[in-house]
Design a protein around this ligand. Structure first.
Ligand SMILES: CC(C)(COP(=O)(O)OP(=O)(O)OC[C@H]1O[C@@H](n2cnc3c(N)ncnc32)[C@H](O)[C@@H]1OP(=O)(O)O)[C@@H](O)C(=O)NCCC(=O)NCCS
Length: 264
């Protein structure tokens, strides 16, 4: 068995929310057009920053070559998440917001994406739902997306939400690359969201995850039937790969081992 590590580089796991509220840190990222390294500051956002969040969402949506890969998070949901029902992590170049990642909790049963992968009621009750990850087009490829993912997951865990769920388009290569290393793995494939194709990703943040390397198989993300069959057999998607230029998902049989032995 091989372990699936959560790449959580800030080392915030286990800190209480009271500490996270006032936390901020700088980490370098390369500015893709020039390769120049710039210092990016990370912290959690506050209610009054709703307008900058919405402006960045609009800018990112306007620049998408394929709008099918991203659904806008409605303004009222962003506001709820910022205020009480979740947390939004932000990345700044100076005073300019250049990326954010939001997570919502608790989640109503009708909105819960974990239902599509048959999570237990106990897991549904303790789930945080990923609700929007965007990075300004000028700053992509510098692992800002990954770091923002880590920050929203660690905060949810600190608030007692042990499970994380997300949906991502199988065509969204960079989003998959930003999500999977933080521990979320593909557990389902559905035609939800107004028939748009989406993977459902899940992580039990309190468990150690490993996979059986001998079961590993790579499948083009466009091959829906093969992936449906693997998922039905209990395989999970553990990471995107490129095979002869085609975007593939690597599948394997995965084992979850509870690290703290809390009931799920
Ligand atoms: C998805 C998104 C948030 C990723 O942000 P990001 O800061 O570029 O993410 P990361 O740098 O952590 O990228 C993860 C990987 O993709 C690579 N990558 C990202 N953008 C890239 C680009 N334009 N060209 C080449 N590689 C790129 C990174 O190099 C990194 O690779 P690595 O795993 O080998 O290190 C960003 O592309 C985005 O805002 N997209 C539009 C909105 C969207 O699709 N959101 C997600 C909805 S689920």
């Amino acid at each position: 068995m091989a372990g699936i590590d959560r790449e959580w580089g800030f080392g915030l796991k286990g800190l209480p929310t009271a500490t996270l509220e006032h936390w901020s840190a700088e980490a370098p990222a390369s500015y893709r057009p020039t390769g120049q390294i710039c210092p990016i500051t990370y912290r959690y956002l506050d209610d009054p920053e709703i307008d900058t969040v919405l402006a960045l969402q609009d800018r990112v949506l306007a620049g998408l070559p394929n709008p099918d890969v991203l659904r806008a998070v409605p303004a009222d949901r962003h506001a709820r998440i910022l205020r009480t029902q979740g947390r939004t992590a932000g990345a700044f170049d100076g005073r300019r917001l250049i990326g954010y990642a939001a997570a919502q909790y608790p989640i109503t049963l009708t909105e819960h994406q974990g239902r599509t992968i048959n999570l237990s009621q106990a897991a549904l009750d303790r789930s945080a739902q990923m609700e929007g990850l965007v990075v300004d087009p000028d700053y992509r490829g510098g692992r800002i997306g990954r770091r923002l993912n880590e920050l929203r997951l660690v905060y949810a865990l600190a608030r007692g939400f042990r499970h994380a769920v997300a949906t991502i388009s199988p065509r969204n290569r960079y989003s998959l690359q930003a999500f999977v290393p933080t521990g979320l793995i593909v557990r389902g494939l559905s035609r939800g969201h107004g028939k748009a194709l989406r993977y459902t990703l899940h992580d039990d943040l309190g468990s150690e995850v490993s996979f059986d390397a001998e079961t590993t198989v790579e499948v083009p993300t466009a091959d829906l039937d093969a992936q449906d069959a693997l998922l039905a057999e209990g395989y999970s998607g553990i990471g995107p790969t490129l095979v002869s230029g085609a975007l593939c998902m690597r599948y394997a049989r995965v084992t979850w081992k509870s690290a703290d032995r809390k009931p799920q």
